[in-house]
Design a protein around this ligand. Structure first.
Ligand code: FAD
Length: 365
């Protein structure tokens, strides 16, 4: 089979690249190993007519106008400002930490103009390495030991199964802390959820006469049968090179969906559980699109080592292996025959807008 461009993967990286190149007159073949498009941002309505995000909650947020304009060509967005509560010491408090979080945790009035000084005092009382040597140091140097213990330490252990002192400082370069009462999780200029879902948005991106999509097809099983001038690869980086420099580690998730016979389960879409229970967070999906129903579907999220790759693990060992693989990628990209884009192919934590932004830039090179 012949095509101008073979794209491996129908997530946002692959679909953005496919659309732009198709509009430039190229014939595109997208191969996707799963039986559905949209990769990690896949969503669908469940039997209760509630939109579920298959791989965990996804909120679109960006400051990149070019990316925002691009996605708005394929979806109408419902304005949505994400709010998260954290269950700490039996209370539900705003997260990221803001002025109200401090008032509820420390049980005293703190005016917004006093927050910065309050946190400085918390930091001064605390012990940590400066410059930071690990994740703990980064957080303690910004909010002090007490808030670190309550909000970050156990959450990190649950999420990564590692002591924060073993994790690279890069994992938490700057943690968001608000000196005001602003309780929005993100402060980007553009935020929302596609009204008809992410899957529909990606379906429209791929709906172009120059694009053909094959589902349930693994690139490594068919690559010798397809002649393409260029391959855009969005799958796992280490797999492409047959694990030459060793396996790159990922954390996975177990998502347990449950439907309750009540209108709402919690007051916001996401509640974090840093210290209590085994789950890391609970998501109640109907909040995202303000969907009306007498029942509600929630998802209990558990972090685990094995399974579908979700999060990259930023240890020195993994970052060193990544560097070795990326040198090989550079050589292949210089040849003009390959482009590597996306969270798996670059072994990088990317938000959706960053993946789209990176695809737009990389394919125009
Ligand atoms: P993917 O979506 O993983 O797409 C890669 C595709 O390639 C997959 O469909 C895969 O099946 C396919 N593929 C791989 N190998 C092969 C092969 N050999 N042959 C054929 N096909 C192959 N971002 C936000 O902006 N906001 C959020 O709120 C947010 N929440 C998140 C929550 C969770 C739990 C996680 C894990 C991520 C979240 N993200 C969020 C990040 C977001 O999911 C990613 O940035 C984005 O979906 C990545 O797109 P991608 O195309 O790079 O990768």
């Amino acid at each position: 089979m012949k095509t101008d461009i073979l794209i491996v993967g129908s997530g946002l990286a692959g679909s953005t690249a496919a659309r732009i190149l198709a509009e430039n007159g190229k014939k595109i073949l997208v191969v996707e190993r799963l039986r559905h498009i949209a990769g990690h941002c896949h969503d669908e309505k469940n039997e209760h007519n509630i939109t579920i995000h298959t791989y965990g909650p996804h909120i679109f947020h960006t400051n990149n106008k070019k990316v925002w304009d691009f996605v708005n060509r394929f979806a109408r967005f419902q304005p949505y400002q994400h709010k998260v509560l954290s269950y700490v010491e039996g209370k539900l408090v705003p997260f990221p930490i803001n002025r109200d979080t401090l008032v509820q945790i420390f049980g005293k009035e703190i005016a917004t103009y006093e927050v910065e000084e309050f946190l400085e005092k918390e930091v001064k009382k605390s012990k940590f390495n400066y410059p930071p040597k690990n994740f703990r140091d980064v957080v303690v140097s910004q909010v002090g030991e007490r808030l670190y213990e309550l909000f970050f330490k156990n959450y990190t252990i649950k999420q990564w199964d590692r002591d924060p002192e073993e994790l690279s400082p890069e994992v938490a370069k700057r943690i968001p802390v608000r000196y005001t009462r602003d309780d929005r999780y993100f402060s980007d200029k553009y935020q929302g959820i596609p009204k008809e879902g992410y899957t529909k948005m990606v379906e429209r991106m791929l709906d172009h006469p120059n694009i053909a999509v094959l589902l349930g097809v693994d690139y490594f099983e068919i690559k010798d049968e397809i002649k393409a001038k260029k391959t855009i690869y969005t799958g796992e980086l280490d797999r492409f090179f047959d694990y030459t420099y060793g396996k790159l580690e990922y954390r996975s998730l177990e998502l347990k969906f449950e439907t309750f016979e009540e209108e709402y389960y919690q007051s916001v879409a996401v509640v974090n559980y840093p210290n209590d229970y085994d789950w890391t967070r609970i998501t109640e999906y109907k909040h995202f699109l303000n969907e009306k129903s007498n029942v509600t579907t929630v998802c209990f999220e558990y972090s685990k080592a094995e399974g579908e790759p979700y999060y990259i693990v930023m240890t020195e060992d993994n970052l060193r292996k990544r560097e070795q693989y990326m040198k090989e990628v550079e050589k292949l990209e210089e040849s003009g025959e390959y482009v590597f884009i996306g969270r798996l192919a670059e072994y990088k934590y990317y938000n959706m807008d960053q993946v789209i932004g990176s695809a737009i830039v990389k394919i125009q090179k």
